[in-house]
Ligand binder design. Structure first.
Ligand code: SF4
Length: 367
């Protein structure tokens, strides 16, 4: 028998240990989670909470906030308490901000012990405080934070250098008996990044946070992240993801959620199956697909919607979809579950599809 789409999976997941970022499990058999980072000043508590609410609505499950100063650290208790999703404090050097973040109720801290040791060696105290509070730590290695010694040894920012750096950072906590860790080895080049994560995945069982750092503006960053995450997730590598874009963070979350949906790692929401159009098309497929996508964005039940430019392939695709249209000659054949239910003028295609979508939602008991 031919397996149904839902029965297929991209990969056997790498076995990683599970950690808890607040109530969100990361690693083990937990679903791959989507993260983002706020762009507001952390000291502006209202703006930060507003942005976190927007990220949450877009599908973000864990959010990171930057803590570069004492004023930012002072904002953490309110932000951690009022955020709908777990908050990770991102700290570079000062141990006192790490303790403040733990006391504030942050769900996790991102900090590299190598930096802490250089600045003021309180790695042991941090390990104890985080261990007592049940707060995991993410070690985040990237090109900018690589040790001179490793750069010289490996001849630059290579996958091996990133992995060695990450495992060394882990060892600084491990020697204090602290292993509630998650690791990232980000790089802006997907080729280096993919290889670094593959090597890291083979050398430890810590959960891995995937990221292509400084991936670029929306279009380029989306492509780079999708390609890199797709390659790794298809090999079962990756427990949580953050798409980095030079764009509002809500866009990062949308891309991250779509990557997981595309790979069947998160239940699908709106899935638009639209043809690229060709010389046979008798309507403007591109505009029609955009209109249908915009009209159904945020629709409360998962829907597969086919938008086809002619009746050559339309019925075939529409059969697999919940609803669909095959356009032709100024009209649209409207399909529901593969059956033509009516033909409407081109100007009524979008509203008819919307009405059919609403009917499906109603049948499922969703308003
Ligand atoms: Fe062309 Fe029709 Fe296929 Fe669209 S569905 S690409 S219009 S043949």
């Amino acid at each position: 028998p031919v397996p149904r789409r839902e029965e297929l999976s991209v990969a056997t997941r790498r076995t990683s240990r599970k950690i808890m970022v607040g109530p969100v499990a990361v690693g083990g058999d937990a679903p791959v989670s989507v993260q983002s980072m706020t762009t507001t000043p952390t000291t502006d508590i209202d703006a930060t909470l507003q942005q976190i609410a927007e990220l949450t609505a877009a599908g973000c499950e864990i959010v990171r906030v930057a803590v570069p100063s004492a004023d930012d650290a002072a904002a953490l208790p309110t932000i951690a308490r009022k955020s709908q999703i777990p908050v990770i404090a991102d700290i570079h050097f000062q141990p006192k901000y790490v303790f403040a973040a733990i006391d504030a109720g942050c769900a996790a801290v991102r900090v590299n012990p190598g930096n802490i040791r250089r600045f003021d060696d309180q790695v042991g105290a941090i390990a104890r405080a985080a261990g007592d509070a049940g707060v995991p730590i993410r070690i985040g290695v990237n090109a900018g934070s690589l040790d001179r010694r490793l750069l010289d040894k490996h001849g630059g920012v290579t996958p091996d250098a990133l992995v060695e750096s990450a495992l060394w950072e882990c060892s600084l906590f491990e020697e204090h008996g602290f292993t509630d860790l998650k690791i990232s080895v980000k790089h802006n080049d997907p080729v280096v990044m993919i290889e670094a994560y593959r090597k890291l995945a083979a050398r430890c069982d810590y959960p891995l946070h995937l990221g292509v750092t400084e991936a670029g503006p929306r279009f380029q960053g989306t492509i780079k992240s999708s390609v890199a995450f797709g390659a790794l997730l298809a090999e079962g590598i990756g427990d949580t993801i953050r798409v980095s874009l030079s764009a509002p963070p809500v866009e990062e979350v949308k891309v991250g959620a779509q990557i997981l949906e595309s790979l069947g790692l998160r239940p699908r929401g709106l899935d638009i199956v639209s043809c690229p159009s060709c010389g046979r098309a008798q309507v403007d497929v591109h505009t029609l697909a955009e209109q249908v996508t915009a009209a159904l964005e945020g629709f409360p039940v998962p829907l597969r919607v086919a938008v086809m430019g002619c009746v050559v392939n339309g019925p075939g695709e529409a059969r697999e979809a919940d609803i669909g249209v095959a356009a032709g000659n100024g009209k649209g054949q409207i399909f529901v579950k593969g059956e033509v239910i009516r033909t409407v003028p081109e100007s009524q295609i979008v509203e008819t599809l919307l009405a059919e979508a609403a009917r499906i939602a109603e049948e499922m008991g969703v308003d």
